[in-house]
Design a binder for this molecule. Structure first.
Ligand SMILES: [Zn+2]
Ligand SMILES: [Zn+2]
Length: 142
């Protein structure tokens, strides 16, 4: 697959990246439909590296279609459209317990190691994470 990789401050390059998870058992693979550009992505581009190392595949606000479902994954089927939190969280720390998944220490470790949504495919993290299925009709922009 291809991804927009932030190589240096102010410079994205489109390049090949490995897409498939090594083990699909408790993950699922999705194909990107849309990705938003968050203010944090913009800050990394303009003034980074701040939170993400370089090079990184940024992006965490997205809509994607499920193309593969791991054997241990429940609640998702191929063809479902999904939105969710792109980085895994532990589900056990104080942040996770009160619903602040984006502050989990595990997430910090994952930034830079995982592809964000500026990529053709996104892997749903294994374990506990907030991903939602939606079945609203998709209207493509003209
Ligand atoms: Zn954001
Ligand atoms: Zn946590």
């Amino acid at each position: 697959m291809r991804a927009a990789v932030l190589k240096a401050r102010g410079r994205f390059e489109i390049e090949p990246r490995v897409s498939r998870s090594r083990s699909l058992a408790n993950r699922s693979e999705t194909s990107l439909l849309f990705s938003g550009i968050c203010g944090s992505d913009l800050h990394e581009f303009v003034a980074g590296p701040l939170m993400a190392p370089m090079p990184s595949v940024l992006g965490h606000e997205f809509c994607a279609e499920v193309v593969e479902v791991g054997a241990d994954v429940r609640g998702f089927e191929i063809g479902d459209r999904t939105v969710g939190v792109i980085y895994p969280s532990c589900g056990r720390c104080e942040f996770c317990k009160r619903g602040d998944f984006t502050l989990c220490d595990m997430r910090e470790l994952a930034v830079g190691e995982r592809n964000g949504s500026f990529a053709q495919f996104i892997a749903r993290p294994r374990g506990r994470c907030s991903w939602f299925r939606h079945r609203h009709p998709l209207r493509k922009p003209r």
